[in-house]
Design a protein around this ligand. Structure first.
Ligand code: NAD
Length: 475
């Protein structure tokens, strides 16, 4: 199913990188070779942008209904290939098949939601001071979009960008993570099979600085839509900013889950585990800071540690480098006085498995409290009450999601009022966004745009105000 060599997909054709080089992609589950991927460079990026440019005008001229139908055909074809897609994702990420299946379903749902916009993407009419003037808004494509994505949930990451981009009439160049080349290649071919014209979605494989950066720098790229780390986002935003390209960044999080003294503790433990450790903690919305009221701290800590020790396989992290970085960060926290309530070690010696880890005694300004680890590591913080909890939650450079467990509606709503986060959850996990819900954070978690939801249409289209003035004498 996954070819030995995963090529680029440009103007509907599979092509090796212009320089003829390949990179190795290893299986996270055991470190063996899965495939090689095209090691693309500036020439490949330029070819893909040219292909996108050449197809955009015709695609953008189709009606919204037609483009919505095209997105629906892709989503339906994806649904019919659920098994194939999830096996492929499981192989390249090492995650459990059931999780990969759920991700395929989420990608399908995003497609179906966006497809419906073909008959529902409403504009506005508004008043005017001049008589006989009618004012309305129309959506126009942005043009050519560079879609740069992370590896963590490969198909939803692609779906959240490619579906609205296609629907809004853009032509795109997708640059998947070098860690998940196969699902993006497969998705690109699926789009062609579903009838999307060649060139409307191109895929270039390779390393960010080698092929992602030239896309960001290319003056023919009108929109840069990036999902990844704040560190890379800064580099991308600087480059795109120099040429004033429309730039949308969805970045990391250091998300907090607060457990109040009136919380249902069993439920809080369950959601902490799901938030901190599902997908091996490789979620932008993962909970990595667990803020617990003094009165229930000991009980919660015991129950959380016991439940964490009983967890089944949580899956490997994506690469050996990632595993080493996570274990080093835990070791450094320990050197600075943290204690490990459970985990903190590599599991086995094949593949890149990190045991789900709970830390205690970490200072709120320690590196591990501020920097996103993107791994299965959560730290517990003890607070004396609500105000201290809110202060701690907000004491972060990020502001993506936040959750609170409490029986009090007053506490819950006051929490939502006071925390700086794009998504707030009461009595559940820090993740779990759905296709119709706008998703995005504040502070260094992003640029303020939302992905998914109807808000995604604002990213991938421009709103044009049309003013029509008539002369009643000529009627
Ligand atoms: P990353 O920043 O290392 O890479 C993201 C993408 O950018 C990859 O495709 C990479 O090849 C590319 N890239 C790297 N350097 C580049 C450059 N100079 N120019 C252009 N592209 C470049 O991130 P990652 O490790 O793949 O993903 C993890 C990060 O993604 C975490 O911070 C996570 O929170 C974030 N994330 C955010 C969301 C969200 O919606 N907010 C969703 C998923 C992941």
């Amino acid at each position: 199913m996954i070819p030995a060599e995963v090529p680029n997909l440009v103007a509907g054709e599979e092509r090796p990188a212009a320089g003829g080089e390949w990179l190795e992609k290893l299986r996270p589950s055991d470190g063996t070779l899965l495939c090689r991927l095209a090691r693309s460079g500036p020439e490949d990026a330029a070819d893909a942008v040219a292909a996108a440019r050449a197809s955009q005008a015709d695609w953008g001229a189709r009606t919204a209904v037609e483009r919505g139908d095209a997105v629906r055909s892709i989503a339906e074809l994806l649904r019919s290939r659920r098994d194939e897609a999830s096996e492929l994702v499981a192989a390249e990420t090492g995650k459990a098949l059931a999780l990969a299946q759920a991700e395929v379903d989420a990608a399908v749902e995003m497609g179906l939601f966006v497809a419906g916009e073909g008959r529902r993407s409403y504009g506005r009419t508004t008043t005017a001071s001049m008589p006989h003037r009618t004012v309305l808004t129309l959506r126009r494509p942005v043009g050519v979009a560079a879609l740069l994505v992370s590896f963590n949930t490969p198909l939803p990451n692609v779906a959240w960008k490619a579906f609205p981009s296609i629907f809004c009439g853009n032509a795109s160049v997708l640059k998947p993570s070098e860690h998940t080349p196969a699902s993006a290649w497969w998705f690109g071919r699926l789009c062609l099979e579903a009838g999307l014209p060649a060139g409307v979605l191109n895929v270039v494989q390779g390393l960010g600085p080698e092929v992602g950066q030239p896309l960001v720098d290319d003056p023919r790229v009108d929109l840069v839509s990036f999902t990844g780390s704040a560190a890379t986002g800064r580099v991308v935003a600087e480059a795109a900013g120099r040429r004033l390209a429309k730039t949308v960044l969805e970045l990391g999080g250091k998300n907090a889950l607060v457990v109040c003294d009136d919380a249902d503790l069993d439920r809080a433990v369950e959601w902490t585990i799901a938030s901190a450790f599902s997908n091996a903690g490789q979620r932008c919305a993962a909970a990595s800071r667990i803020v617990v009221f003094d009165g229930v701290y000991e009980t919660f800590r015991e129950r959380l540690a016991a439940a964490t020790r009983e967890l089944d396989e949580i899956g490997p992290v994506i690469s050996e480098a990632s595993m080493r970085r996570i274990l080093d960060a835990v070791a450094s926290a320990r050197d600075h006085g943290a204690t490990v309530a459970c985990g903190g070690i590599r599991v086995g010696d094949r593949g890149w498995h990190v045991a789900p880890t709970v830390l205690e005694g970490v200072a709120s300004d320690a590196g591990i409290s501020c920097e996103e680890l993107f791994g299965p590591v959560a730290a517990l913080y003890r607070v004396d009450g609500f105000d201290e909890a809110v202060t701690l939650v907000n004491d972060s450079p990020y502001g993506l999601t936040a959750a609170i467990h409490t029986a009090s509606i007053h506490r819950a709503m006051r929490f939502a009022e006071r925390v700086s986060a794009g998504v707030v959850v009461v009595n559940a996990g820090t993740h779990g966004s759905e296709p119709h819900m706008g998703f995005g954070g504040v502070k260094q978690s992003g640029t303020g745009w939302k992905e998914a939801g109807v808000e995604a249409l604002d990213v991938y289209s421009e709103t044009q105000y049309v003013n029509v003035v008539i002369d009643p004498a000529l009627a």
